[in-house]
Design a protein around this ligand. Sequence first.
Ligand SMILES: Cc1ncc(C[n+]2csc(CCOP(=O)(O)OP(=O)(O)O)c2C)c(N)n1
Length: 262
Amino acid sequence: MIAPDWFREDRLPHIYCTGCGNGTVINCTLGAVEEMGWKREETVFVSGIGCSSRAPGYILTDSLHTTHGRALAFATGVKMARPDLNVVVFTGDGDLAAIGGNHFIHACRRNVDMTVVCMNNHIYGMTGGQGSPTTPPGAISTTTPYGASEPAFDLAELAVAAGANYVARWTSYHVKELTKAVAAGMQTPGLAFIEVRTQCPTNYGRHNKLRRVSDMIEHLRSHAMLVEKRDRLVQEGKPVPDDIFTVGELVRRNRPAMGVKS
Ligand SMILES: Cc1ncc(C[n+]2csc(CCOP(=O)(O)OP(=O)(O)O)c2C)c(N)n1
């Protein structure tokens, strides 16, 4: 536990399964909050619905646990009414990119001053493992028993294209890099989007030949490629393996933003 002062101990036991990556992501985010020196009464956590969206319930600040897909709409309202507050959103790949997809692109376009941390476990975890917009082609889920046939969204690239001022991607294996990235996002005025690829051993790993938690984390580690390395391979005309995803900082820029503290 990285930030005991921010932890709502009376909410234990938590709902997460053994081996879930969400606790790691919460810890890294709170580590970044501590690095920022934010005060609890000036910070609000907002979420939608899902296992990932239960995270604000374990944090000792005011928070909004809203409706499925609408976290960014509620968070935008908070920021417009009270630009002096620090707003952090926890969301899942289903919450953010399926039912909440439009809120996602428009919050990035508006560049609302908030930090969005998406726990991307490639599945609808809470409801039993249905496929989501980030389920990799070929992956088994309860709605894709023969393997997903659709291409997956790249959430970080989507945020870059839609206009967010800061975008990074890491995994639950890269705890130091992740903490730094969340802090960098918090420091950047405008919308900061941090995608975290994380493990859902119960509803994803068991069905995809990654039965042990350590198998899932090793899979994340070994398939992550630094964005600079990918760019170098492309520049040198060398092949980029199909099964990797990029990690690192994808963008840090200064587009006009909404709701920035004066
Ligand atoms: C309007 C609405 N539709 C569907 C649901 C059911 N539902 C609850 S959580 C969830 C999926 C959550 O998936 P994700 O956001 O990826 O979070 P995870 O549980 O994987 O962390 C769904 C479909 C709901 N609560 N409300």
